[in-house]
Unconditional design. Structure first.
Lengths: 878, 111
């Protein structure tokens, strides 16, 4: 292949000169003279090379090439500075890129479903947002005009047996359109067709993870039979892995699990006419071009039609259409934005530090720059040269930053909370790398522009004469560096205030009393299959037989069970009325209903506020109907009155009340977590479950064992044995201590806080370095002046005061600028704060104090150095 | 004449001289420079440095090309030679130059 004509041009020219030299020697010149004459005859070698190159390469490009080489050489000559700068940049660019990568995966990229932006959730509204009834779903599907497909689903857990231990898996029963609404081509087999719904519906679609974990990714899985809940189902397909990340079942449910399998949901004609029980999650795909507003209008029209036919049931009930993507990511958006801002600030502070270092270096490079300027560089050429140097540095920092980004992304993906959807997708995709490049460029301008312009404006004569050693007149460059540090401090103030607010908020949250005692408690869930436990009596008998041996175990303080346990996802609610009171339609309170055994409250550590707890007599057959409620429900049903002894009716509606006596009121507990308000709770003895309640709860209860001796985990085998002895085919799942649940629920919050704290710490450290740098620089520049003062009799302490005074002055100006800036910016954080105002004065004051302290620390060494100046030495160097 | 014009004239002339030199056979850079000097009886002393930009211009225009070869003392060197296009261009330029010289001559020494 033909080489480029420019290859080895300098070699060719050297040959030429060599030949001419040889000729000259042949003409009788001495070797030295021969070479000298040859060089003179040739002329300017560099110029010849440049002009030859200019034939092929545009001048600007060639100059760029020169500048880059020069920049690399300069950076190599100053390894100390270069290392510090690259490390700082790597940190700033790397962290910023990592956060962007997460934002890209979670917020910016479209959903993996076909036409993901057209996917919506349709919810019923009733003093909040909730599930839909079967009747609603059918009316919406049949009468609305805006949907291409609709689907409804019910979250269920299944007992999966055969080919391994029985396992409890979460799944969904869904209508035919489910996989058409949220569509990704199947990994194997096919999805549901209408025919599957006409037969007995014993078909199932597996999730990718279940297919891998339980069936080993077997290619022949399609057509195989598996046993669900004791019945045989045929596997017709496998959903791809991407489903797990954005399962509409998870939308809006914090800590919701993604489904492991899907089976058909078939409605009887009676169910289709039921508008009263609300348990379906409805999703739909809008027709192309239909806006959310138009869909909302249309559905309101249809819902009004329903209200006309069922006025009582539909009182205060409405409909809400929500974008699926919005629901998935809406609650993490604020957190990610705050994180992005924090990282941006750290990068900014880092860049200002580097700019300061460059300005300091420019002082020592004045001679070199002056020479280049006098050789005809021209000011703009020099600025371009220096900017190119900065760009090379920024690029190097950017490349190192990509390594930092990779490590950070891996860390975030592996340790990040489960509640952030699509977090696993964060990586170094093309757009993320492009972002890293852009940030590097921005950084180059941020730290390179000002020093480049300043350096180019050089006093030629003065610089050449004294070699750039003496100090400047002080004024110009000092002001710029001071302004830079003030800007750094102001940025740090904003960063620290944001962090401080989050910290205070977390502390406030931590102090919220739970209302129950999570220590020394072991929990485990089990569910009884309908086939073997068809009636209420068999269910309660089974649970009683499981609990008996547990209560007899030494070391167990108390053992009970409940259909739902605090901090685990919410349950069914039902309207409840107090005896003798009148309720306008739609205004009945709707507390959470729980089925509990005796000894449950003791086991979970919920103290009574008044009355008594459930006892063995209350759960015996034939006992009179009783109920325990919490303080909030008591205050709602009988405000200002004593609730114990009064009667209420729940579940059945106002038309056929079944009165139960309130025997006890327990203290309010944060059953849904510390950051949500206390719900209204109603506890029914498990032997007095209303009709259909066990079905609604899927015959599932959580066993709760309080250990009076040893760690609670020691009782796991006892629990398992107790269940096995009653029914060996029922798996025990979600076995964990209450403390672990609590830790897991608060884990996302703590993780986020740790991230923000790390960033704030990094920003503060960098700012401290910046302050140190500029104060040290001042001391060096002012050494002659200090020497003079000392020689004239000033006390060393005065010198120290002068230096520290200057530092504090800078800090104060920075605080004065940063404070109001923070006031303006922290407003966006209000959704993340718990009982803390974005303008919390304590935080502002604390941050100001911290910064003053940091400034003092940073100026310790330079001021000590100033105090130790030897006047004689200082003056001699003048 | 401005410096630019002089430069351009020089460039154009230099190009012509190079082409003419190469018409006699391929040569490397130093040899071309020597040939120009010698055949012009040292009247034309071109700054040897400007030879190389000129050579590259000619390569870019496709009038000459280059290849690696061995020089007299068996050292590796880059040899330049005329292309067919270059040969044609040489004829054109030579006849132009002749016409120009003739015309100027007629002006200076009217017959």
């Amino acid at each position: 292949m033909k080489k480029h004509p420019l290859s080895n041009l300098d070699g060719e020219i050297q040959d030429h000169i060599g030949r001419e030299t040889a000729d000259n020697i042949a003409r009788g010149m001495t070797p030295a003279d021969a070479r000298h004459a040859a060089l003179r005859k040739f002329g300017n070698v560099t110029l010849a090379e440049e002009r030859a190159r200019a034939v092929w390469i545009p001048v600007w490009l060639d100059q760029l090439r020169q500048d880059v080489r020069y920049g690399l050489r300069t950076l190599a000559r100053n390894p100390g500075f270069t290392t510090v700068a690259i490390l700082t940049l790597a940190l700033g660019i790397g962290l910023t890129t990592a956060v962007f990568s997460v934002m890209n995966a979670v917020l910016l990229r479209p959903l993996p479903y076909a036409d993901g932006e057209r996917l919506v959730l349709v919810r019923e509204t009733f003093r909040g947002i909730g599930n839909a009834s079967v009747g609603h779903f059918h009316d919406w599907t049949e009468h609305s005009t805006v949907f291409e497909h609709t689907a409804a689903g019910q979250g269920t857990t299944f007992n999966l047996a055969g080919e391994g231990d029985p396992e409890r898996v979460r799944g969904m029963r869904v209508t035919a359109g489910y996989f058409q609404v949220a569509h990704i081509p199947p990994a194997a087999g096919r999805y549901f067709t209408p025919e599957d719904f006409e037969a007995d519906g014993r078909v199932v679609v597996l999730s990718h993870s279940l297919w891998q974990s339980r069936f080993g990714g077997d290619q022949a899985i399609v057509g195989r039979q598996i046993r669900l809940g004791g019945e045989s189902f045929s596997v017709i397909g496998v959903a791809p892995a991407a489903y797990a990340l954005t399962d509409p079942a998870r939308a809006g449910v914090v800590g919701g699990f993604s489904s492991q399998l899907w089976t058909p949901l078939i409605f009887t004609p009676k169910e289709r006419a039921n508008f009263g029980s609300h348990y379906l999650g409805v999703s739909a795909k809008l027709k192309p071009g239909v806006s959310l507003a138009r869909a909302q209008e249309d559905l309101e029209r249809v819902t009004r039609g329903i209200a006309e036919r069922y006025p009582q049931e539909m009182e205060s009930r409405g409909v809400l259409v929500q974008s699926l993507q919005e629901q998935l990511v809406g609650n993490v958006r604020a957190q990610l934005l705050v994180l992005a801002a924090a990282v941006g600030f750290v990068l900014l502070i880092g860049c200002v530090n580097i700019a300061g270092l460059l300005i300091a270096r420019a002082t020592t490079r004045r001679r070199e720059i002056a020479i280049r300027a006098s050789l005809g560089g021209g000011q703009s050429r020099i600025v371009r040269q220096l900017l190119t140097e900065s760009a090379v540095l920024a690029l190097a920092g950017g490349l190192a930053g990509i390594v930092v980004a990779r490590l950070t992304i891996d860390f975030l993906v592996n340790s990040g909370p489960e509640t952030v959807p699509r977090l696993r997708e964060a990586g170094l995709q093309f757009e993320v790398l492009l972002f890293a490049l852009a940030v590097s460029g921005l950084a180059a301008i941020l730290f390179g522009l000002a020093p480049a312009i300043r350096a180019a404006r050089v006093d030629l004569q003065g610089s050449l004469r004294d070699g750039g050693k003496t100090s400047l007149k002080g004024g110009g460059r000092d002001r710029v560096r001071t302004a830079m540090v003030v800007a750094e401090i102001a940025t740090t103030v904003v960063l620290l205030i944001g962090t401080g607010l989050l910290l205070r908020s977390a502390e406030k949250l931590r102090q919220v009393p739970l209302g129950f005692n999570p220590h020394q408690v072991l929990t485990a869930r089990l569910a009884l299959p309908a086939a073997r436990y068809p009636d209420d009596a068999s269910v309660t008998e089974a649970y009683r037989r499981v609990l008996d041996p547990l209560r007899g175990t030494p070391g167990v303080g108390s053992a009970g069970a409940s259909s739902h346990v605090p901090l685990v996802s919410a349950s069914a609610d039902a309207s409840t009325i107090a005896e003798g009171k009148v309720y306008p339609p739609g205004s009945e309170p709707s507390p959470m209903i729980r089925l509990v055994t005796d000894d449950y409250f003791e086991a979970i550590g919920m103290p009574m506020a008044s009355g008594r707890s459930l006892q063995a007599t209350d759960v015996a057959p034939g006992a009179r109907p009783v109920v325990v409620i919490n303080q909030r429900l008591a205050a709602t049903l009988w405000p200002g009155e004593q609730a114990v002894g009064k009667r209420l009716s729940t579940w059945y509606g106002r038309d056929n009340p079944e009165w139960r006596e309130v025997i006890g009121v327990i203290r309010d507990a944060r059953s849904s977590g510390q950051s949500t308000p206390v719900p209204m709770e109603l506890f029914l003895p498990y032997t007095q479950a209303p009709v259909g309640a066990w079905n609604a709860f899927q015959r599932s209860m959580v066993l709760v064992v309080r250990a009076s001796e040893n760690w609670p985990e020691t009782y796991v085998p006892v629990m398992r044995r107790a269940v096995r002895d009653v029914d060996a085919s029922i798996p025990l799942y979600e076995v964990r201590t209450m403390e672990n649940v609590f830790v897991a629920v608060t884990a996302p919050r703590r993780f986020y806080l740790r991230l923000v704290l790390m960033l704030a710490g990094t920003g503060l450290a960098l700012a401290m370095l910046g302050i140190y740098g500029v104060i040290a620089y001042f001391v060096t520049q002012r050494t002659p002046e200090i020497g003079l003062r000392l020689a004239m009799g000033a006390a060393r302490l005065e010198v120290v005061r002068m230096v520290i005074g200057q530092a504090i002055r800078m800090a104060l100006i920075g605080i004065v600028i940063g404070g109001p800036a923070a006031l303006m910016l922290t407003g966006v954080m209000s959704t993340l704060l718990y009982e803390v105002e974005p303008t919390d004065p304590m935080t502002f004051v604390a941050v100001a104090a911290l910064l003053v302290l940091t400034t003092l620390l940073a100026s310790l060494i330079p001021s000590a150095k100033a105090a130790r100046v030897d006047p004689l030495v200082a003056l001699r160097h003048e | 004449m401005s410096t630019k014009d002089r430069l351009e004239l020089l460039q154009g002339t230099l190009d012509l001289l190079i082409l003419r030199t190469l018409q006699l056979g391929p040569a490397h850079g130093h040899a071309i420079a020597k040939a120009i000097e010698q055949s012009s009886e040292d009247v034309l002393r071109v700054e040897q440095g400007s030879l190389y930009p000129a050579l590259h211009r000619l390569i870019k225009r496709g009038w000459i090309t280059f290849e690696e070869g061995a020089s007299e003392n068996n050292r590796k060197a880059k040899f330049y030679r005329l292309t067919a296009k270059g040969r044609k261009q040489l004829d054109v330029e030579t006849s132009n130059w002749d016409r120009l010289a003739h015309a100027i001559g007629r002006v200076l020494r009217p017959v």
